[in-house]
Ligand binder design. Structure first.
Ligand SMILES: [Zn+2]
Length: 68
């Protein structure tokens, strides 16, 4: 399950800035406020390929809250 607050902060490989967590399409993305670079956690690209949109719809239908 995607819970942004429980994942460790990443440091931008380009400029060393602490990246901010963003949740989009059920995925946690680390985005750098300095250079706008984005980083996907391991496995999240796979989840994108595997129809994340469908999963999101199912979860919304169940009324799951992620506390964003
Ligand atoms: Zn950066």
């Amino acid at each position: 399950m995607v819970e942004a607050s429980q994942e460790a902060l990443r440091i931008c490989p380009s400029d060393g800035t602490s990246m901010k967590k963003e949740v989009a399409h059920m995925l946690v993305i680390d985005r750098c406020p300095q250079c706008s670079g984005a980083w996907l956690d391991g496995g999240e690209l796979e989840r994108l390929k595997n129809g994340v949109e469908n999963d999101a719809l199912v979860l919304m239908a169940r009324g799951v809250s992620f506390g964003i």
